[in-house]
Design a protein around this ligand. Sequence first.
Ligand code: UTP
Length: 291
Amino acid sequence: MSAQVRKAVFPAGGLGTRFLPATKVIPKEMLALVDKPIIQYGVEEAIASGIEQIIIITGRGKGAMEDHFDHSFELDATLERRGKSELLAVSRGVANMASISYVRQKEPLGLGHAVLCAKELVGDEPFAVILPDDVIDAEVPCLRQMMNVFNERGGSVLATQTVEGPAISAYGVLAGSPDPVDERIYNCTGMVEKPKFEDAPSKQAIIGRYVLTPRIFELLEQTTPGAGGEIQLTDGIKALLKEEKVFGYTFEGKRYDAGDKFGMLQATVEFALKRPDLGPQFRAYLKALQL
Ligand code: UTP
């Protein structure tokens, strides 16, 4: 088994019902955050983390993602003819960004099932999972931080954020104990999906980044459908942590749930304010709103 994390799986086969009606025809992953589809942020994070191969799990009606990461000859020819060299570089840059393979999930049977669809392409090596709706703004890419923990500790790593109060009930929550050496690391012994506030075993909420060992594939194959009739990734990870070390890692950075309308609005405002070309004008506009 290669010890290097070289491949990242992007489950993008879900229906995106929280964003209807926008997602009736347009894949959720293709919704624009400022001017980039949300999945592109994740792909850029993976590349900046040193990932060599991207595997996107797609489904029915998700073809726009493949077109997005491919050459658009008509568009490129038109931009070239019009002398729009900067835009041409943007368009070509996206197509040349990464080596991407696609696997089609024939039915949206759950996140665990989506990850299992990547089994043949990943093979017998550790790999990353990036949920494209979770867009993370960080100085050191979140996945890079996690790969460093994986390299140091040699066990699967789940990205977490500390969630105070009843909001914890929206997440998968880790059970275990903080690492005595590194305060960002949590030694995980269990996990509970969407617990009641009073039953939550910790404040460590799992978000959409994982580094997993390939053993997860065999465990997912044995996993029976759980909540909502779906094969849950968390059920596979629960089985994994009975056999191997699994760590929580409180990453440095800020995560936005861009698959949710409110989360997308927050990300839009904050990303736009940070943009040198839009920020000053947008800031002035927001101030003038006198809310
Ligand atoms: P979500 O539950 O956030 O996505 O799954 P969803 O089902 O698309 O959206 P809602 O909840 O109906 O709005 C997390 C990730 O797992 C993928 C989704 O595409 C998303 O990136 N997923 C989920 C799959 O790839 N296949 C599935 O069967 C389910």
